[in-house]
Every structure is written in C-alpha cells, then in structure tokens.
Design a protein around this ligand. Sequence first.
Ligand SMILES: Nc1ncnc2c1ncn2[C@@H]1O[C@H](COP(=O)(O)OP(=O)(O)OP(=O)(O)O)[C@@H](O)[C@H]1O
Ligand SMILES: [Mg+2]
Length: 256
Amino acid sequence: MNTPKRRYTGPAIEADRVSFNYKNIKAVDQISLEVPQGISFGVLGPNGSGKTTFIRLLVGLLRPKSGTIRTLGRPPSRKMARHIGYMPQLASLYAELSIAQNVDFFARIYGLRDKAKRRQQVEQAIKLVGLWPRRRDSVHKLSGGMKQRVSLACAIVHRPPLLFLDEPTVGIDPKLRVTFWEYFENLTRQGVTIVISSHTMDDAAHCDRLVFLRQGKIIAQGTPHELRQSTGQPEASLEDAFLYFVRYREKGNDSK
Ligand SMILES: Nc1ncnc2c1ncn2[C@@H]1O[C@H](COP(=O)(O)OP(=O)(O)OP(=O)(O)O)[C@@H](O)[C@H]1O
Ligand SMILES: [Mg+2]
C-alpha cells in the first residue's frame, strides 16, 4: 500500500461546510462530514443531487467556493494524488491504447516508477477486473461495462489508501458486482478507505456508513442499520429510509 511516510491515524476525510455552485446551481450546499479510515462510505442520491461534484471536490479537481476539505489530514493537492485513487463516472481512458497500456499509464502518473513492481501491480489490477485475457485489446473494442472495469483497474493500480469511486457498479453484471464488493470489503479490512457513489440501495447495503444527498445537501447520514431504524418501521428498506428523510426534510426539518 502506498501510504504517506509517517502513518496518519486521523480521519480519512474531513469536510467542513463545503459549498460549490455552477453559476446559480448550488451543486454542493454546506456539506460537513467526517469519514474515519478503513471503512466504505456510500454517497447516495438521485441524479443531480451533487454526488459527482462532491467527489470531485474531495479529489481536488474542483475547489470549494467556501468551506474546507482535508483528505488524510491534508488539503487536496497534486502531491496527494499518489495517495488517492479516483474512478470518474465517465471513464477517461485512451481508446487507441490497450487495456494494459492504459493501466500502466495510470500507474506511471500515480508515481509507480519501479518497473518490475509496476508490471506486477498492473497485472494484478487487470486480473482483479477479469480482463487479463483481453489485456492487449484496444479500449475502443470493449463494451461499456468492460470500459468501466478498466477504469476501476486504473484507479486501484497504485494501491492507494483512499479510493473515490463514482458509480463503479453501473453497467457491471451481477456476478462481477459481487466480486467487486468482495474486493472492496477486503480493501477496507486492510485499512483502505473507500468512498463510493451510487443510486442503488443494493450498493448502499454493503457500505459501512452512508450519506443521503438531495439537491446538494445532506439529508441524513449513518450506518445502513441506523438509517433504516430511523424510519420507526422494523421492516424498512434503505429505499424507504431515503424517502422517509426526503419527506422529513420537506416538512421543514433542517437535519436529522
Ligand atoms: N459542469 C457543469 N456545469 C454546470 N452545471 C453542472 C455541471 N456539472 C454538474 N452540474 C449541475 O450540478 C448539479 C449536481 O450535479 P452532479 O453531477 O454533481 O450530480 P450527481 O449526483 O453526480 O448526478 P448523477 O447521479 O446524474 O451522476 C446538477 O444540477 C447538475 O446539473
Ligand atoms: Mg454523478
């Protein structure tokens, strides 16, 4: 694992009243949260609720208009890039390059200089996403789900202690989704922190903690169990919990 020199034991992420707007659209509105290390943290919300914008702020690709962010105890910066893995919602791959060349490229930009080590980690990342037999194929020949898998391999190849995955399970078949979650759970056991955005409550149920977003604001956060319990109905699903908090907010309650 590619950890900073002195082992940092504080929270993986600290966001304090973070806001970001695109002209008059408040994409992220006064978000404050703390994510301890070694957990999977789900960011859930409908289209346009601010998930991607928030992740891009945490990665350091956008700067907050107000508020502060710290990842692994430091403000987001280029220097932090090698400690962070980011899988964007839309795969940013080089279509003409092969799978192996793409993953190798990301390994290099994340600072994996040692050739033998890089080759080994590239191989492991491609094997993990089940594309080793196709490693020499150009990315433009791949299906949408396969591109998604290459994109995940690129994000994890340098084995960062903090991973941001923007809707990693979209377009992934059910069998591979199970493999992904087994892998994510294995990573968190090793102390890696994973932030995952999703629409599906299936993903949400796997996360250690969740935050529900709506119109750029946090409407609830807690463990899946706590969020279900908050509805007061023992049989409530996470979908029920989300709708419960939407209605709760619509009644004019500020937060819960
Ligand atoms: N580049 C941009 N320019 C202008 N507005 C934007 C831009 N990107 C996002 N927005 C707006 O910001 C808000 C939040 O968008 P964002 O992409 O963060 O949502 P999301 O929760 O990731 O949605 P989805 O589930 O569809 O991926 C939306 O109202 C969106 O229209
Ligand atoms: Mg998005």
